[in-house]
Design a binder for this molecule. Sequence first.
Ligand code: SF4
Ligand code: SF4
Length: 627
Amino acid sequence: MNHPIVRLLLAVGLLWLGVLPQSYAGMLAKDDLEKLFEDQYVVGEIQPDLPIYPLFVINPAAPESKPELKAYVFETNEVVSVRGYSGKPVNILVVIDLSGRLLSAKLIDHKEPIFLDSYGTSKLTEFAAQYKGLTVRHSIEINKATDTPSRNESAAYLRGIHRGTITAKAINRTIMSAAAKVALAKLKINITDSFDEKPTENQSTAQHPNADAKPVATPLSAPAETKLADNPKPAMAAVAEEKTSVAETTVKQVSPSVVPEKKSGESAEKTTETPADSRATEKLEGTDRSIENQPIHEAGTVPHDVPGKAEQINYLSEDQDARREWMNLWQSRGLDIAILLSGLLILSLGLIAQKRFSASSKRLRILRTAYLLFTLGFIGWYAQGQLTIVNITAALESLTTGGDLSFLMNDPMTVILWLFVGLTLLVWGRGTFCGWLCPFGALQELISLVANAIGIRQRRLRAALDAKLKWVKYLVLATLLASLYVAPRFAEKAVEIEPFKTAISFYFQRDWPYVLWAVACLFLGVVVYRGYCRYICPLGAALASVNFLQRWSWIPRREACGTPCQSCRHRCEYQAIAPTGKINYSECFQCLDCVSIYQDDQRCLPLIQERKASSRVIPVHVTGFTV
Ligand code: SF4
Ligand code: SF4
């Protein structure tokens, strides 16, 4: 596994996966929407200019009359491409009325790693539901998860998501950017509009600004509502006739559980089921069928007494908004960033002056223990700066689905640490992160120290077995990366092989299987030194697989290293020194023990010999005296 060709293949594999194309389509077809809204609205045809559907209401007293346009419904991932922590969009079904007010915001799918279980998903669902009744002009502030939400006509203070700040911000941007985009395109709202100008409940489609708008220039179809306004047929018939070529060619992947039969005339793609889709639909059916029962009409009666001129629409540009948001976030975490940068500076200086740093084994032990406590306490538990394989998979996901890496900017600790790791990979190899900056790694090592202090020693495996077991982490990594593309649902679960989330993000407060796994990984470290790191960790494997970039053999060696001296090799807890004395930098955790030994005339064989030679008493005989 440590052969450069194997590592090169893994690195090429990473890049190859990075260029595999993927895309995110919407999950609900018109049929699904019709089922969801059958009691409230007639669903029109998908719009040619934006993948959104108009919602009409029929006057029961005059069913033959023109249906009245009331709102639009859309999936946010068809309108905007905001990324969450996972690098994938959070998909929300939004209903917006003609005044720009959100009548509903229902989470239908997400891949946010911390919230994948049903409890986590329910937290995101609750967060998204808070947007009901808000307008595109509201400015939004996300408070703590324990704060009471409040709102007025122009601002809303929402209840945040515990340990989900990045996800909450992503959902906020998703909903508000998508709503603003739809409002500007279809509702003809601009920043000088007032809510006083909004159409009343009784206004007809023709009275709405959109009705006067020219049909969107498209060779395929005019907007459904424009046609419907001239169509005297009953709404259902009229809507049925609105099957445009756009609707027919729009890729819609629908679960058969929602759409039992494929209708003639629909494209084959339209009824293609994918696991992700069926899951999304299950969620919708399982938890959100209530949208049918949910008081959409009631939502439509949210007081519209917004006075005066409108606030500026806050989410005109996804990019601008995202940039402003992460800049604010970086400012708000200025102190944390300063502490982290100071810590990295100290570490860099220590590693540059490695011989001084490790001049005595006692000094090294004290400094190293202090730094590991900083890593675990500050970087990990306090600042939540645990790098994880999810960062890599999220980046790959985003890049392969037309996104970029800007979503990472919402997590300053992660960005800074990855930049530092990238830089130090070239100089010192993966050991800088794994040996000093990984909170879970630090936790393992600190536990080993405690175990040693009470007399429990870790076992040293036979070299052949150790070499074989070190393959395992590469297999874990390869399986994870491959499953991202061939079995994404498995990949979502498989990343849980990293116990970081449980031990660092959740402080062990999770469902017992996760806690059990994290404890087992820590226990392994008591039996075999840093066992999880050396044999299982996919992030360690990913870093080791690009370790060939490391150019500096920074650990000092002597000619006697390996032949005959084996002192460092036997003392290297990570078994990263070959019998020849050569350092295996892919497995070296930069603990500096061997650098300390190198300078120690009590432990380094050539130095011991030198010391003994220089202190040897050579008897000199002078007449009558012995010196
Ligand atoms: S091998 Fe994994 S757990 Fe161990 S220090 Fe490296 S990244 Fe952290
Ligand atoms: S003792 Fe082993 S792990 Fe530590 S620096 Fe030396 S080679 Fe690397």
